[in-house]
Design a protein around this ligand. Structure first.
Ligand SMILES: NC(=O)c1ccc[n+]([C@@H]2O[C@H](COP(=O)([O-])OP(=O)(O)OC[C@H]3O[C@@H](n4cnc5c(N)ncnc54)[C@H](O)[C@@H]3O)[C@@H](O)[C@H]2O)c1
Length: 255
């Protein structure tokens, strides 16, 4: 019960890694408010967790709207009674090189993967400070640290998110607010499966083949990333601050 009495916000909660996060934090005693785009998906997750005797709250909305980001923090603080941990996990993955990337794809990547994190963190920090400190964990990507091929908007947004994490980690450390990022390589979620489908590859077959390219022998499952995020958010990581932690099964991005 590492998160007993902790108030936690999780974005992208209805997605692959997000669902694992919501369940993990709720089962370790946290008061959780999660968010995602679709009210129906959020409701389904809350109902599934209730069947396991786990409670959580949710607010559906689009993180590309600044007003929604600020409102999400205020609503969470009001409903949970404060804020100790913010998990910026929502993300989107436009695929393509520069000539294939439209204005919308570019702005979408930056709005969801970077700008929303800025708005959420800015609104959250006074509340974390009021609580005497806290933790922010961002989900970046190894593809933001190294040049993955043909995903220029995604890689740029995740690279900026990694830099943002290091800057914010430095600036907020004196407030006892630890800011870190997890940088996964490939994870078995709808985001990865959409890439297989786009290339006409059967997802099960694609997963097996991709697993062979990972030195550890398989693609990560969502709970394996959620566990690292929970570690970074917990007191076990009390001296980890401004870090971008690669969780890749030792797979390099690009040879
Ligand atoms: N799956 C991978 O291989 C992989 C690798 C590295 C990093 N990541 C990162 O992990 C995080 C979680 O992704 P996932 O793999 O679980 O994928 P996912 O697509 O299952 O989950 C992403 C979630 O973000 C939500 N989201 C997207 N745009 C939004 C918006 N405008 N407003 C509100 N919510 C929005 C989606 O609805 C979805 O539920 C993302 O930040 C992603 O970039 C994933």
């Amino acid at each position: 019960m590492r998160f007993e009495d902790k108030n936690v916000i999780i974005t992208g909660g209805a997605g692959g890694i997000g669902q694992a996060l919501v369940e993990l934090f709720a089962s370790e005693g946290a008061r959780v408010l999660f968010s995602d785009r679709s009210a129906e998906d959020c409701g389904d997750l809350a109902a599934a967790l209730k069947r396991k005797d786990l409670e959580c709250e949710y607010v559906a909305g689009d993180l590309r709207r600044r007003s929604f980001c600020a409102q999400l923090i205020e609503t969470a603080v009001e409903r949970l009674g404060g804020l100790d941990i913010l998990i910026n996990n929502a993300g989107t993955i436009p695929r393509g090189n520069i000539e294939e990337t439209t204005d919308d794809m570019w702005f979408n990547a930056l709005d969801v993967n970077l700008n929303a994190v800025f708005f959420l963190c800015r609104a959250a920090i006074p509340h974390l400070r009021e609580a005497g400190g806290g933790a922010i964990v961002n989900t970046a990507s190894t593809w933001g640290l190294y040049p993955g091929p043909d995903h220029i908007a995604y890689c740029t947004s995740k690279g900026a998110l990694a830099a943002f994490t290091r800057c914010l980690g430095r600036d907020q450390a004196p407030d006892n607010i630890r800011v870190n990022a997890v940088c996964p390589n490939e994870v078995n979620t709808p985001m990865l499966q959409s890439g297989f489908l786009r290339r006409g590859i059967d997802p099960a077959r694609g997963l097996e083949e991709l697993g062979k390219t990972v030195p550890l022998g398989r693609v990560a499952e969502p709970d394996e990333i959620a566990d690292v995020i929970a570690f970074l958010a917990s007191d076990d990581a009390r001296y980890v601050c401004g870090a971008t932690l690669e969780v890749s099964g030792a797979k390099a991005v690009y040879g």
